[in-house]
Design a protein around this ligand. Structure first.
Ligand SMILES: [Mg+2]
Length: 346
């Protein structure tokens, strides 16, 4: 398939941005989102002070007494991540997830102008509809698109066109190629390879010895410009979950039953997109600070259709004796490729 330029879309300081939607008074204040005892994400004022993900929250606070620490709002983060991927899918014909908040997108662009226009549109919609800043990189291959989005952060769009791409394929330091770890970098440095162009001076066998066949092949391809430019949609997993909170950004509070239904629909959509059908359904209902109530049931037929799943979900909620529910997790379990299930049926 002939493919035009592709996009890498990446939410900026995702966890922090999710928090800032409902707490805009913290936008200009150094703020870090904490998961367990670590900083999971810091807003840009905090980053300017040197607060980074992975720091111990206590250390960050000791160094910067004015820093505001916020617990990660897990359910809200998940809802926002799902909404972000819904938007990705609306804007693209193929979406390859990189994490909960970034993806490669094939927007079907035949030229650079079309790709850039799609990128601007995505950014505008993410801001207007989700309240989230998303940076977009445009490039011919996945590496180039990702380098472009990294270069434009925060809250920008950047294009790495043919000329810049040619420069990078010589001058790019290996540390900036994603997936090249510190150990590999050290071994390559011992061969005199610091930048992509240095690969030309190393005998192929020596490079393979130093970093393994797969990595050597990947590096040569990057050097030659024949690296991966295909957006792959397939997800292989056995469980898909969607989580939500009864109160959330930009909407009225939901009843437990309505929240379960909306999470079930989100989970079904994700499964369907991945071409998977589920054999079972698990609901986890949690009160603020309480222990979770878990209820589960098998589905009569493997499915990812909301019409099949919603009645079972409604039934299950009715049997779960949980009050004051704050968050809900709906999990589709026993996932199998839809095609495989059809084959066994016939
Ligand atoms: Mg990000």
């Amino acid at each position: 398939m002939a493919v035009g330029p592709l996009l890498h879309a990446d939410a900026d300081a995702f966890f922090a941005s999710v928090v800032l939607r409902s707490r805009p008074e913290l936008v200009a204040v150094p703020m870090a989102v904490v998961a367990h005892v670590f900083v999971a994400s810091a807003n840009y004022p905090a980053r300017a002070l040197g607060v980074t993900g992975g720091m111990l929250a206590d250390d960050a606070l000791r160094q910067h007494p004015g820093l505001v620490l916020v617990d990660v709002p897990r359910a809200e983060v998940e809802e926002a991540g799902d909404a972000l991927f819904d938007l990705f899918h609306e804007c693209a014909r193929a979406v390859e997830p990189g994490s909960v908040e970034e993806a490669f997108l094939d927007v079907g662009a035949s030229d650079w102008d079309a790709a850039v226009a799609a990128g601007h549109d995505l950014r505008r919609r993410a801001a207007a509809e989700l309240g989230l800043p998303v940076s977009v990189g445009v490039g011919r291959t996945k590496l180039m698109a990702k380098l472009a989005s990294r270069a434009t952060k925060p809250d920008g769009l950047h294009v790495i066109g043919p000329e810049r791409e040619a420069e990078l394929r010589t001058a790019l330091p290996l540390g900036e190629v994603w997936g090249v770890g510190a150990a590999t970098r050290d071994r390559l440095a011992n061969l005199g390879v610091q930048r992509l162009g240095d690969l030309d001076d190393v005998p192929r066998a020596l490079l393979q010895q130093a970093c393994g066949t797969a990595m050597a092949r990947r590096l040569w391809r990057i050097r030659d410009g024949t690296d991966d430019a295909t957006v792959r949609t397939v997800e292989a997993r056995s469980v898909i979950s969607a989580e939500g909170a009864t109160s959330g950004y930009g909407r009225a509070d939901l009843s437990t039953a309505d929240l379960v239904a909306s999470c079930a629909v989100r989970a079904c959509r994700r499964a369907a997109r991945a071409g998977l059908v589920a054999a079972g359904l698990v609901l986890t209902l949690r009160a603020e600070g309480g222990s979770p109530v878990v209820v589960k049931r098998s589905l009569a037929e493997a499915t990812s259709s909301p019409e099949d799943v919603l009645p079972v979900a409604r039934d299950l909620v009715a049997t779960a004796l949980a009050d004051e529910v704050a968050t809900v997790r709906v999990s589709l379990t026993g996932l199998l490729p839809a095609g495989l299930v059809q084959q066994t049926l016939f």
